[in-house]
Design a binder for this molecule. Structure first.
Ligand code: SF4
Ligand code: SF4
Length: 423
């Protein structure tokens, strides 16, 4: 396998947005009558599930399909399960969706179930995996990988998003509190914090090793933080966790602090919404809220063939339903008008070389994509660095022929994993 080293970056330069110095409070979206929760485990029709349609659930109750399930979700309301269905994600993987009819008043004032939370990572992982910000507790609690560094990211990964910067400015004291809890429950020796250059932080973060990330995209991606600040090159096909480094969002750390204080879960997710004209809105919505409730709150009209993108403009993926729910790891949602959706063509590569020059991981994208188009995933990995890609999306952004390079690469990586699982 070729392992090309990082990094070069040529034009164009794209900069991250900085949150406004005294950010406005997010708009609160009322808890909807029905919430949709996604459970990362498929239903097995041959087995008797622990939950079924008609079951009453409490706010804070842990919901899983089977006694031996390792995946769970938490109900954000007192309610009734009204549907349990197969859910297909963007690559056709199956998981499960649950619809919970909200039986409580349209407020968050009902007290949630309390947990017997101990100062151990296993205990946190038992209840708090689905908190806003999606803390990577499963990784930290696992015994396969030894983590010796946690990087708390106050920098948003994609363009136009300011979710984590907002959380950092508003809840710096809870970040420090959450970090202390993290240290106590994980015993990880090194805690770092990544803060965008130019963000005016009042909080004293001297208990961390502070990394100031450059405003230029893609400086906030984990692979770039590893390289620029921890002087580690991410090998092809490896994750930061494989190198002993775990990334955790500022929002996840704040959620952890709140949960250890109240001994219960919290469900209010902060999101950046990017409207059709590029206007940015900040919202607070309960996990499970269908996105159409948010669009309605801002009078954003969604027409047929408009595109809803979960994530930002460089790395986001499309969803085809306005009922897609707010999830714990969802930081940004973008809506693009059908008339301005960047066109994708089926023109062939014109060998302009822009993708190669822009790629921070030096992937030979123009050749790689030919192998991916031909479904030759193993060859793409062995000879053309498929697994060196850090998923920044810059190649697709600059492509002269408007080839959906990033989508080909994501699909290629997914198919490669499937191929390996079959061996
Ligand atoms: S998305 Fe494209 S530009 Fe970015 S690292 Fe991957 S191949 Fe390179
Ligand atoms: S940018 Fe697009 S057209 Fe140009 S070499 Fe790369 S794949 Fe080919």
């Amino acid at each position: 396998m070729i392992k090309r080293s990082f990094f070069t970056l040529s034009q164009p330069g794209l900069n991250y947005d900085l949150v406004e110095p005294d950010p406005k409070e997010p708009k609160s979206i009322p808890i909807p009558p029905n919430l949709i929760l996604l459970l990362n485990e498929p239903i097995d029709s041959t087995r008797q599930a622990l939950i079924k349609k008609g079951d009453l659930v409490e706010k804070g109750a842990k919901l899983c399909l089977y006694n031996d399930s390792t995946e769970y979700t938490i109900s954000p309301v007192n309610g009734t399960i009204t549907a349990i269905d197969v859910y297909l994600n963007d690559f056709g993987n199956t998981s499960t969706s649950l619809v919970i009819k909200n039986d409580q008043a349209q407020t968050s004032s009902t007290d949630p179930a309390t947990y017997d939370l101990k100062d151990e990572i296993i205990s946190a992982d038992q209840y708090l995996r689905t908190l806003p910000g999606a803390p990577p507790l499963k990784i930290l609690a696992g015994d396969k990988i030894k983590i010796d560094t946690i990087v708390i990211t106050c920098a948003d990964q994609d363009l136009l998003s300011t979710t984590h910067q907002y959380v950092t400015l508003k809840f710096g004291d809870e970040i420090k509190e959450g970090a202390k809890i993290l240290k106590k429950i994980t015993h990880v020796p090194k805690l770092c914090i990544a803060i965008p250059e130019g963000l005016d932080i009042k909080e004293d973060f001297s208990l961390f090793q502070v990394f100031k990330t450059a405003l230029r995209y893609p400086s906030n991606l984990p692979a770039m933080i590893l390289k620029d600040h921890l002087k580690m090159i991410l090998p092809a096909g490896k994750t930061p966790e494989d190198m002993g480094v775990c990334f955790m969002t500022a929002e996840a750390v704040v959620s952890l602090a709140r949960s250890y204080t109240t001994k219960s879960a919290n469900f209010e997710k902060i999101l950046t919404i990017i409207g059709k004209q590029g206007t940015q809105y900040r919202v607070k919505a309960t996990i499970g809220t269908p996105l159409n409730k948010i669009f309605k709150a801002f009078s954003i009209l969604v027409n047929d063939q408009d595109r809803i993108v979960i994530g930002g403009p460089m790395r986001g993926f499309s969803t085809y339903t306005i009922h897609h729910p707010v999830q714990s790891d969802m930081d940004t949602v973008m809506i693009q008008d059908r008339d301005i959706i960047p066109e994708v063509s089926d023109y062939p590569c014109v060998n302009c070389g822009k993708c190669i020059r822009i790629c921070p991981a030096n992937v030979p994208v123009n050749i790689l994509v030919r192998y991916l188009e031909a479904d030759l995933y193993q060859e793409a990995a062995d000879k053309y660095d498929l697994e060196s890609c850090i998923e920044c999306g810059l190649c697709a952004y600059v492509c002269t022929a408007k080839i959906p390079l990033f989508q080909y690469i994501r699909l290629g990586k997914h198919e490669l994993l499937k191929l390996r699982a079959e061996v």
